[in-house]
Design a protein around this ligand. Sequence first.
Ligand SMILES: *Cc1c(COP(=O)(O)O)cnc(C)c1O
Length: 494
Amino acid sequence: MDLMYRSTRNEENKVTASQAVLKGLAEDGGLFVPERIPRLALSPDALASLSYHETAYEVMHLFLTDYTEDELKHCIRCAYDEKFDTPEIAPLRRAGGAHYLELFHGATIAFKDMALSILPHLMTTAAKKNHEDREIVILTATSGDTGKAALAGFADVPGTRIIVFYPKNGVSAVQEKQMVTQKGANTCVIGIRGNFDDAQTGVKRLFSDTALNGALSEAGFRFSSANSINIGRLVPQIVYYVYAYGRMVKAGEIQAGEKINVVVPTGNFGNILAAYYAKGMGLPIGRLICASNENKVLFDFFRTGTYDRNREFILTSSPSMDILISSNLERLIYHIAGDDAQENARLMGELSAKGSYSVSSEMMERLKDFRGGFATMGEVSEEIGRVYAEDGYVLDTHTAVASRVYREYREQSGDDTPSVIASTASPYKFARSVMEAIDSRYAGMGDFALIDELSRISGTAVPGAIEEIRSARVLHDKVIDKDQMETAVRDFLV
Ligand SMILES: *Cc1c(COP(=O)(O)O)cnc(C)c1O
């Protein structure tokens, strides 16, 4: 029997995995969650001998049960190929007293590639399975990394178009350059005068605008989402936690069956939710440590049980985590409410009406494996400097948030369980902040001079993704107000 997915806001709304991938978001505004979390079939020691591809199949076939073995293996092969600069796909690197799981070896050098390399394949396969002949239009809001990774994944994929909205002044110079130089006739990139939450809220509104959806359907289009609310992104993210565990066993860092902690630099709560699902599958994970920057809504939530987005939005040196509405938290809320769609819908109603909600003490009890922490920009700089000085290893600003939070957690708790820190971006993507953290002398240097200097001091090659944009032409220069998003979509499509 197929594992079905239901909306976090309405139990009756059930779909298959491939339908959930196509839809992205449920019609009622909820997110699709699996009816139950499948158990890993392999024992912890068996994981040690699996390649990334094998691990991916082992995990994904349990969740995406209406895909055939051939379909799934084909998707996996197409996704995790030479686009990655290492056959390990997600290497584990020991430095500074922890293990960094490097998730940035894909086409756009951020962890979003781990899922967005496979999503277009999962989606076009799903379209065929469900006899969908309308063109799929991917609508995406990005805090910087999703946009480029989605563009790279969907560019020139037949039967799809992609529109990306990013906050004009809320992404790094490299992130913006990567997006606005994107090739592919089916791509469209637009800057918004506003922040990431404005872009994300605008996209959600377009998804649920029935008049717009009707008009587009008649013109032969249907919307779908490449944001981390799509289970086609969530499921591939579970894979690398299982893989990391196997690598830890293989390297002799832990005994098979021994627990590890996982530390994740968090924004929209997708990456850490995947770790939670991995734990739910039976992977021996102890604590799930959720690391935030100064936009520390999640830290406050884990401490107090109140989620409150009514606060100032702070632009930090880790822009991909500058988020006050962590969309994927809704899935966790649904689960800790006892898979209760009605209760979840009530809390989400409060969030949109007054910007905050509080969970019950019973729900708080179910969060006991989570720990929240946060790091300020100053602390992030210090951490980058420290790890570089100790080991010559260069962290990007997002990974440094997690690294700092981990160190503080370890000191305060005395918990020295072997820990895996999700390393979510290449330092090359945030070269300015990273280099200035290592030495303030670098402050006056140009972007590409900094990149060459980073290569020199770290002894690593400049990634292809960076070489590409040195001389690339700007192909997208549209900037709009946040209330013009619908018009922009119509202009691009019809
Ligand atoms: C997206 C992103 C994050 C946050 O991940 P979520 O799944 O949104 O919590 C962290 N670091 C980097 C570099 C990212 O691109």
